[in-house]
Design a protein around this ligand. Structure first.
Ligand code: 3PG
Ligand code: MG
Length: 407
Protein backbone atom coordinates (compact mmCIF):
# COMPACT_ATOMS: atom_id res chain seq x y z
CA UNK A 1 0.00 0.00 0.00
CA UNK A 2 1.27 3.44 -0.79
CA UNK A 3 0.06 6.98 -0.33
CA UNK A 4 -0.66 9.19 -3.33
CA UNK A 5 -0.65 12.96 -3.79
CA UNK A 6 -4.34 12.97 -2.80
CA UNK A 7 -3.30 12.48 0.82
CA UNK A 8 -0.96 15.47 0.89
CA UNK A 9 -1.55 19.05 1.93
CA UNK A 10 1.11 20.74 -0.17
CA UNK A 11 0.06 24.39 -0.16
CA UNK A 12 3.07 26.56 0.68
CA UNK A 13 5.22 23.48 1.23
CA UNK A 14 8.57 22.67 -0.36
CA UNK A 15 7.91 19.40 -2.17
CA UNK A 16 10.93 17.40 -3.33
CA UNK A 17 9.82 15.43 -6.38
CA UNK A 18 12.13 12.60 -7.49
CA UNK A 19 11.41 12.33 -11.20
CA UNK A 20 13.24 10.21 -13.75
CA UNK A 21 14.16 12.70 -16.45
CA UNK A 22 16.97 10.46 -17.67
CA UNK A 23 16.09 10.93 -21.34
CA UNK A 24 18.00 10.15 -24.52
CA UNK A 25 20.00 13.10 -25.86
CA UNK A 26 22.36 13.89 -28.70
CA UNK A 27 24.63 16.90 -29.20
CA UNK A 28 23.21 18.58 -26.11
CA UNK A 29 19.57 18.22 -27.20
CA UNK A 30 16.92 15.91 -25.82
CA UNK A 31 15.89 13.46 -28.56
CA UNK A 32 12.90 11.85 -26.84
CA UNK A 33 10.86 13.81 -24.28
CA UNK A 34 8.57 10.93 -23.27
CA UNK A 35 9.80 10.72 -19.68
CA UNK A 36 9.62 14.51 -19.29
CA UNK A 37 6.11 14.64 -20.71
CA UNK A 38 4.91 11.75 -18.57
CA UNK A 39 6.35 13.42 -15.44
CA UNK A 40 4.44 16.64 -16.09
CA UNK A 41 1.13 15.52 -14.53
CA UNK A 42 2.60 15.34 -11.04
CA UNK A 43 4.60 18.55 -11.41
CA UNK A 44 1.69 20.63 -12.68
CA UNK A 45 -0.76 19.23 -10.15
CA UNK A 46 1.54 20.03 -7.23
CA UNK A 47 2.25 23.52 -8.57
CA UNK A 48 -1.46 24.15 -9.10
CA UNK A 49 -2.06 23.17 -5.47
CA UNK A 50 0.40 25.86 -4.36
CA UNK A 51 3.47 23.73 -3.66
CA UNK A 52 7.03 24.84 -4.28
CA UNK A 53 7.98 22.05 -6.65
CA UNK A 54 11.65 21.07 -6.42
CA UNK A 55 12.73 18.45 -8.94
CA UNK A 56 15.44 15.91 -8.18
CA UNK A 57 16.61 13.67 -11.00
CA UNK A 58 19.67 12.04 -12.54
CA UNK A 59 20.86 12.18 -16.11
CA UNK A 60 23.25 9.57 -17.44
CA UNK A 61 25.91 7.88 -15.38
CA UNK A 62 28.43 10.63 -14.51
CA UNK A 63 31.50 9.91 -12.43
CA UNK A 64 31.38 12.96 -10.17
CA UNK A 65 30.74 16.35 -11.79
CA UNK A 66 30.93 16.01 -15.59
CA UNK A 67 29.75 18.94 -17.69
CA UNK A 68 28.31 16.69 -20.38
CA UNK A 69 25.86 15.31 -17.84
CA UNK A 70 24.58 18.70 -16.75
CA UNK A 71 20.79 18.72 -16.66
CA UNK A 72 20.46 22.23 -18.07
CA UNK A 73 19.39 20.74 -21.40
CA UNK A 74 16.22 19.47 -19.66
CA UNK A 75 15.01 22.97 -18.79
CA UNK A 76 13.52 23.84 -22.15
CA UNK A 77 11.54 20.60 -22.76
CA UNK A 78 10.54 20.63 -19.09
CA UNK A 79 9.19 24.18 -19.27
CA UNK A 80 7.26 23.19 -22.39
CA UNK A 81 5.83 20.12 -20.64
CA UNK A 82 4.67 22.01 -17.54
CA UNK A 83 3.59 25.07 -19.50
CA UNK A 84 5.67 27.69 -17.62
CA UNK A 85 9.27 28.64 -16.87
CA UNK A 86 11.30 26.36 -14.62
CA UNK A 87 14.03 27.79 -12.37
CA UNK A 88 17.49 26.26 -12.15
CA UNK A 89 20.15 25.56 -9.52
CA UNK A 90 23.72 24.53 -10.32
CA UNK A 91 23.85 21.95 -7.58
CA UNK A 92 21.27 19.72 -5.88
CA UNK A 93 22.56 20.60 -2.39
CA UNK A 94 24.52 23.43 -0.77
CA UNK A 95 24.29 27.21 -1.24
CA UNK A 96 23.15 27.09 -4.91
CA UNK A 97 20.18 24.83 -4.12
CA UNK A 98 19.35 26.65 -0.89
CA UNK A 99 19.33 30.09 -2.54
CA UNK A 100 17.20 28.91 -5.45
CA UNK A 101 14.69 27.34 -3.09
CA UNK A 102 14.58 30.42 -0.85
CA UNK A 103 13.68 32.50 -3.93
CA UNK A 104 10.69 30.29 -4.84
CA UNK A 105 7.09 31.43 -4.55
CA UNK A 106 4.17 29.05 -4.06
CA UNK A 107 3.41 27.33 -7.37
CA UNK A 108 6.96 27.74 -8.69
CA UNK A 109 8.97 24.88 -10.17
CA UNK A 110 12.73 24.42 -9.81
CA UNK A 111 15.08 21.89 -11.38
CA UNK A 112 18.20 21.00 -9.41
CA UNK A 113 21.44 19.81 -11.03
CA UNK A 114 22.19 16.08 -11.42
CA UNK A 115 21.95 14.18 -8.13
CA UNK A 116 24.59 11.76 -9.46
CA UNK A 117 27.20 14.55 -9.44
CA UNK A 118 27.48 13.49 -5.80
CA UNK A 119 28.85 9.93 -5.48
CA UNK A 120 26.92 9.64 -2.19
CA UNK A 121 23.69 9.46 -4.22
CA UNK A 122 24.40 6.01 -5.64
CA UNK A 123 25.72 4.82 -2.27
CA UNK A 124 22.35 5.60 -0.68
CA UNK A 125 24.39 7.61 1.79
CA UNK A 126 22.34 8.54 4.89
CA UNK A 127 24.10 11.89 5.45
CA UNK A 128 23.55 12.94 1.82
CA UNK A 129 19.90 11.88 2.07
CA UNK A 130 19.57 13.97 5.23
CA UNK A 131 21.01 16.99 3.44
CA UNK A 132 18.48 16.50 0.62
CA UNK A 133 15.68 16.09 3.17
CA UNK A 134 16.66 19.43 4.68
CA UNK A 135 15.68 21.14 1.42
CA UNK A 136 12.04 20.03 1.57
CA UNK A 137 9.00 19.42 3.73
CA UNK A 138 7.48 16.57 1.70
CA UNK A 139 8.87 13.92 -0.66
CA UNK A 140 7.07 12.65 -3.75
CA UNK A 141 8.60 9.80 -5.74
CA UNK A 142 7.44 9.78 -9.35
CA UNK A 143 10.40 7.82 -10.69
CA UNK A 144 9.20 4.24 -11.14
CA UNK A 145 11.83 3.76 -13.84
CA UNK A 146 14.58 4.40 -11.28
CA UNK A 147 12.88 2.49 -8.47
CA UNK A 148 15.17 -0.52 -8.96
CA UNK A 149 18.04 1.62 -7.66
CA UNK A 150 18.48 1.97 -3.88
CA UNK A 151 19.92 5.46 -4.11
CA UNK A 152 19.69 8.37 -1.67
CA UNK A 153 17.09 10.28 -3.70
CA UNK A 154 15.00 7.18 -4.45
CA UNK A 155 15.24 5.22 -1.20
CA UNK A 156 16.76 6.82 1.92
CA UNK A 157 15.00 10.14 1.34
CA UNK A 158 11.57 8.49 1.36
CA UNK A 159 12.22 7.39 4.92
CA UNK A 160 13.16 10.86 6.13
CA UNK A 161 10.16 12.93 5.04
CA UNK A 162 6.40 12.40 4.75
CA UNK A 163 6.26 10.71 1.37
CA UNK A 164 3.90 9.69 -1.40
CA UNK A 165 3.85 8.26 -4.90
CA UNK A 166 3.44 10.74 -7.74
CA UNK A 167 0.88 10.26 -10.50
CA UNK A 168 3.28 8.50 -12.88
CA UNK A 169 4.54 6.17 -10.16
CA UNK A 170 0.92 5.53 -9.21
CA UNK A 171 -0.08 4.79 -12.82
CA UNK A 172 2.86 2.41 -13.28
CA UNK A 173 2.14 0.53 -10.05
CA UNK A 174 -1.58 0.29 -10.78
CA UNK A 175 -0.96 -0.98 -14.33
CA UNK A 176 1.57 -3.54 -13.15
CA UNK A 177 -0.74 -4.74 -10.38
CA UNK A 178 -3.51 -5.26 -12.93
CA UNK A 179 -1.16 -7.10 -15.27
CA UNK A 180 0.45 -9.54 -12.89
CA UNK A 181 -0.63 -8.79 -9.32
CA UNK A 182 -4.24 -9.87 -9.64
CA UNK A 183 -4.83 -10.16 -13.38
CA UNK A 184 -7.91 -11.27 -15.20
CA UNK A 185 -7.13 -14.72 -16.56
CA UNK A 186 -6.03 -16.23 -18.86
CA UNK A 187 -2.79 -14.23 -18.87
CA UNK A 188 -0.21 -14.32 -21.66
CA UNK A 189 3.29 -12.88 -21.69
CA UNK A 190 5.27 -12.11 -24.82
CA UNK A 191 8.97 -12.19 -23.99
CA UNK A 192 11.41 -11.41 -26.76
CA UNK A 193 14.92 -10.11 -27.03
CA UNK A 194 18.28 -11.52 -27.91
CA UNK A 195 19.41 -13.57 -24.98
CA UNK A 196 17.98 -16.09 -22.54
CA UNK A 197 20.91 -15.36 -20.22
CA UNK A 198 19.71 -11.81 -19.51
CA UNK A 199 16.13 -12.88 -18.84
CA UNK A 200 16.52 -16.03 -16.78
CA UNK A 201 14.97 -14.67 -13.61
CA UNK A 202 12.19 -13.10 -15.61
CA UNK A 203 11.30 -16.33 -17.43
CA UNK A 204 11.58 -18.28 -14.18
CA UNK A 205 9.13 -15.93 -12.46
CA UNK A 206 6.70 -15.65 -15.36
CA UNK A 207 6.15 -19.40 -15.83
CA UNK A 208 4.52 -19.51 -12.42
CA UNK A 209 2.43 -16.38 -13.07
CA UNK A 210 1.07 -16.68 -16.61
CA UNK A 211 -0.92 -19.22 -18.59
CA UNK A 212 0.94 -18.71 -21.87
CA UNK A 213 4.57 -17.72 -22.18
CA UNK A 214 5.17 -16.68 -25.76
CA UNK A 215 8.89 -16.64 -26.50
CA UNK A 216 10.25 -14.68 -29.45
CA UNK A 217 13.41 -12.98 -30.65
CA UNK A 218 16.87 -14.51 -30.45
CA UNK A 219 16.05 -16.25 -27.19
CA UNK A 220 13.49 -18.44 -28.96
CA UNK A 221 16.39 -19.95 -30.93
CA UNK A 222 18.01 -21.16 -27.73
CA UNK A 223 14.76 -22.85 -26.71
CA UNK A 224 14.36 -24.42 -30.15
CA UNK A 225 17.97 -25.64 -30.03
CA UNK A 226 17.33 -27.07 -26.56
CA UNK A 227 14.49 -29.09 -28.09
CA UNK A 228 16.83 -30.59 -30.65
CA UNK A 229 16.05 -28.26 -33.58
CA UNK A 230 18.81 -27.15 -35.86
CA UNK A 231 19.07 -23.34 -35.87
CA UNK A 232 21.79 -22.88 -38.54
CA UNK A 233 23.78 -19.64 -38.15
CA UNK A 234 21.19 -18.09 -35.81
CA UNK A 235 22.03 -16.22 -32.64
CA UNK A 236 21.81 -19.00 -30.06
CA UNK A 237 23.23 -19.49 -26.58
CA UNK A 238 24.01 -23.18 -26.87
CA UNK A 239 25.49 -23.26 -23.36
CA UNK A 240 22.05 -22.22 -22.04
CA UNK A 241 20.28 -25.30 -23.46
CA UNK A 242 20.08 -27.04 -20.07
CA UNK A 243 18.69 -23.89 -18.50
CA UNK A 244 16.11 -23.58 -21.27
CA UNK A 245 15.05 -27.20 -20.66
CA UNK A 246 14.74 -26.47 -16.92
CA UNK A 247 12.47 -23.52 -17.70
CA UNK A 248 10.35 -25.75 -19.94
CA UNK A 249 10.05 -28.32 -17.11
CA UNK A 250 9.19 -25.62 -14.56
CA UNK A 251 6.52 -24.32 -16.93
CA UNK A 252 4.99 -27.78 -17.30
CA UNK A 253 4.81 -28.21 -13.55
CA UNK A 254 3.12 -24.80 -13.25
CA UNK A 255 0.67 -25.54 -16.12
CA UNK A 256 2.14 -22.72 -18.13
CA UNK A 257 2.11 -23.33 -21.85
CA UNK A 258 5.31 -22.22 -23.59
CA UNK A 259 4.64 -21.02 -27.13
CA UNK A 260 7.58 -21.19 -29.55
CA UNK A 261 7.69 -20.43 -33.30
CA UNK A 262 6.53 -23.19 -35.65
CA UNK A 263 7.90 -21.42 -38.70
CA UNK A 264 10.59 -18.77 -39.04
CA UNK A 265 11.96 -16.20 -41.47
CA UNK A 266 15.57 -17.06 -42.32
CA UNK A 267 18.13 -14.89 -44.09
CA UNK A 268 21.74 -15.18 -45.16
CA UNK A 269 22.86 -12.13 -43.19
CA UNK A 270 21.70 -9.68 -40.51
CA UNK A 271 20.91 -6.75 -42.81
CA UNK A 272 17.95 -4.74 -44.02
CA UNK A 273 16.21 -6.52 -46.91
CA UNK A 274 18.65 -9.45 -46.79
CA UNK A 275 17.45 -12.27 -49.08
CA UNK A 276 15.06 -14.33 -46.96
CA UNK A 277 12.46 -17.05 -46.94
CA UNK A 278 9.94 -18.67 -44.62
CA UNK A 279 10.74 -22.21 -43.51
CA UNK A 280 9.35 -24.69 -41.03
CA UNK A 281 11.22 -24.81 -37.75
CA UNK A 282 12.33 -28.29 -38.80
CA UNK A 283 14.02 -27.02 -41.96
CA UNK A 284 16.37 -24.15 -41.02
CA UNK A 285 19.27 -24.29 -43.53
CA UNK A 286 22.74 -24.59 -42.00
CA UNK A 287 24.00 -21.44 -43.73
CA UNK A 288 21.07 -19.18 -42.80
CA UNK A 289 19.93 -17.38 -39.64
CA UNK A 290 16.52 -16.92 -38.04
CA UNK A 291 15.57 -13.22 -37.97
CA UNK A 292 11.84 -13.37 -37.27
CA UNK A 293 8.97 -15.66 -36.39
CA UNK A 294 7.08 -16.77 -39.49
CA UNK A 295 3.48 -15.97 -40.51
CA UNK A 296 2.06 -19.27 -39.21
CA UNK A 297 3.71 -18.60 -35.83
CA UNK A 298 2.32 -15.06 -35.73
CA UNK A 299 -1.14 -16.38 -36.53
CA UNK A 300 -0.93 -19.05 -33.83
CA UNK A 301 0.21 -16.44 -31.28
CA UNK A 302 -2.59 -14.07 -32.27
CA UNK A 303 -5.02 -16.95 -31.80
CA UNK A 304 -3.66 -17.65 -28.32
CA UNK A 305 -3.87 -13.99 -27.36
CA UNK A 306 -7.43 -13.98 -28.68
CA UNK A 307 -8.37 -16.30 -25.82
CA UNK A 308 -6.64 -14.21 -23.15
CA UNK A 309 -7.80 -11.31 -20.99
CA UNK A 310 -4.39 -9.95 -20.02
CA UNK A 311 -1.14 -9.57 -21.93
CA UNK A 312 2.27 -8.50 -20.63
CA UNK A 313 4.81 -7.64 -23.32
CA UNK A 314 8.56 -7.35 -23.03
CA UNK A 315 10.91 -7.47 -25.99
CA UNK A 316 10.48 -7.79 -29.75
CA UNK A 317 9.53 -11.03 -31.56
CA UNK A 318 12.24 -10.65 -34.19
CA UNK A 319 14.90 -8.31 -35.56
CA UNK A 320 12.32 -5.51 -35.73
CA UNK A 321 14.94 -2.82 -36.36
CA UNK A 322 15.66 -4.16 -39.87
CA UNK A 323 12.88 -4.68 -42.39
CA UNK A 324 11.19 -6.98 -43.25
CA UNK A 325 12.10 -8.81 -40.04
CA UNK A 326 9.64 -6.68 -38.06
CA UNK A 327 6.63 -8.51 -39.52
CA UNK A 328 5.80 -10.86 -36.62
CA UNK A 329 6.30 -8.12 -34.00
CA UNK A 330 4.02 -5.81 -35.99
CA UNK A 331 1.33 -8.41 -36.65
CA UNK A 332 1.11 -9.60 -33.04
CA UNK A 333 1.34 -6.07 -31.59
CA UNK A 334 -1.37 -4.79 -33.93
CA UNK A 335 -3.67 -7.70 -33.10
CA UNK A 336 -3.14 -7.07 -29.39
CA UNK A 337 -3.88 -3.36 -29.90
CA UNK A 338 -7.09 -4.20 -31.76
CA UNK A 339 -8.34 -6.44 -28.95
CA UNK A 340 -7.40 -3.71 -26.48
CA UNK A 341 -9.50 -1.21 -28.44
CA UNK A 342 -12.41 -3.68 -28.34
CA UNK A 343 -12.12 -3.83 -24.55
CA UNK A 344 -11.30 -7.53 -24.63
CA UNK A 345 -7.67 -7.42 -23.57
CA UNK A 346 -5.61 -5.50 -21.02
CA UNK A 347 -2.17 -4.88 -22.52
CA UNK A 348 0.82 -3.74 -20.48
CA UNK A 349 4.26 -3.35 -22.05
CA UNK A 350 7.64 -2.10 -21.01
CA UNK A 351 11.38 -2.60 -20.81
CA UNK A 352 14.31 -1.85 -23.09
CA UNK A 353 13.57 -2.22 -26.79
CA UNK A 354 9.88 -2.83 -26.25
CA UNK A 355 8.65 0.73 -26.58
CA UNK A 356 10.67 1.23 -29.78
CA UNK A 357 9.26 -2.01 -31.22
CA UNK A 358 5.68 -1.02 -30.36
CA UNK A 359 6.20 2.49 -31.71
CA UNK A 360 7.53 1.04 -34.97
CA UNK A 361 4.40 -1.15 -35.12
CA UNK A 362 2.31 2.02 -34.69
CA UNK A 363 0.63 0.82 -31.49
CA UNK A 364 2.54 2.67 -28.77
CA UNK A 365 -0.61 4.62 -27.83
CA UNK A 366 -2.96 1.71 -28.33
CA UNK A 367 -1.88 -0.55 -25.50
CA UNK A 368 -3.63 -0.16 -22.14
CA UNK A 369 -0.36 0.93 -20.57
CA UNK A 370 3.19 1.38 -21.80
CA UNK A 371 5.73 1.78 -19.02
CA UNK A 372 8.44 4.44 -19.08
CA UNK A 373 10.75 1.94 -17.38
CA UNK A 374 13.50 -0.25 -18.78
CA UNK A 375 15.46 -2.02 -16.07
CA UNK A 376 12.86 -1.39 -13.38
CA UNK A 377 10.14 -3.03 -15.52
CA UNK A 378 12.37 -6.08 -16.01
CA UNK A 379 13.12 -6.36 -12.32
CA UNK A 380 9.46 -6.07 -11.55
CA UNK A 381 8.71 -8.89 -14.04
CA UNK A 382 11.38 -10.89 -12.25
CA UNK A 383 9.27 -10.58 -9.12
CA UNK A 384 11.88 -8.51 -7.31
CA UNK A 385 11.12 -5.88 -4.72
CA UNK A 386 12.03 -2.46 -6.07
CA UNK A 387 13.74 -0.47 -3.29
CA UNK A 388 12.19 2.83 -4.42
CA UNK A 389 8.71 1.31 -4.22
CA UNK A 390 9.36 -0.52 -0.96
CA UNK A 391 10.44 2.75 0.68
CA UNK A 392 7.03 4.25 -0.14
CA UNK A 393 5.09 1.38 1.41
CA UNK A 394 2.80 2.34 4.26
CA UNK A 395 3.06 -0.19 7.04
CA UNK A 396 -0.25 -1.85 7.91
CA UNK A 397 0.52 -1.17 11.58
CA UNK A 398 -0.45 2.47 11.09
CA UNK A 399 1.45 5.72 10.84
CA UNK A 400 2.10 7.49 7.61
CA UNK A 401 5.08 5.38 6.64
CA UNK A 402 7.53 8.23 6.64
CA UNK A 403 9.47 6.51 9.38
CA UNK A 404 10.89 9.80 10.45
CA UNK A 405 8.47 10.65 13.25
CA UNK A 406 7.33 13.78 11.44
CA UNK A 407 3.65 13.01 11.38
C1 3PG B 1 17.01 4.11 -16.67
O1 3PG B 1 17.00 4.84 -17.66
O2 3PG B 1 17.07 2.88 -16.71
C2 3PG B 1 16.86 4.79 -15.32
O3 3PG B 1 16.84 6.16 -15.46
C3 3PG B 1 17.96 4.35 -14.38
O4 3PG B 1 19.20 4.72 -14.88
P1 3PG B 1 20.46 3.80 -14.61
O5 3PG B 1 20.25 2.51 -15.35
O6 3PG B 1 21.66 4.57 -15.05
O7 3PG B 1 20.48 3.55 -13.11
MG1 MG C 1 18.95 1.47 -16.95
Amino acid sequence: MFRTIDALDVKGKRVLVRADLNVPAKDGKVTDTTRIDRSAATLTELAAKGAKVIILTHFGRPKGVEAKYSQKLLLEPLAKAVGKPVAWADDCIGPAAEAAIAAMKDGDTLLLENVRFHPEEEKNDPAFAKTLAGLGDIYVNDAFSTAHRAHASTEALARLLPSAAGRLMQAELEALAKALGSPEKPVAAVVGGAKVSTKLDLLGNLVSRVDYLIIGGGMANTFLFAQGKSVGKSLCEKEMADTAREIIEKAKAAHCHIVLPVDVVVATEFAENAPNKVVSINAVPDDMMILDAGPASAEAIIDRIGGCKTLVWNGPMGAFEIKPFDAATNAVAQAAAQRTAQGKLLTVAGGGDTVAALAAAGVEDKFSYVSTAGGAFLEWLEGKTLPGVAALEIKASGGCGCGGGHC
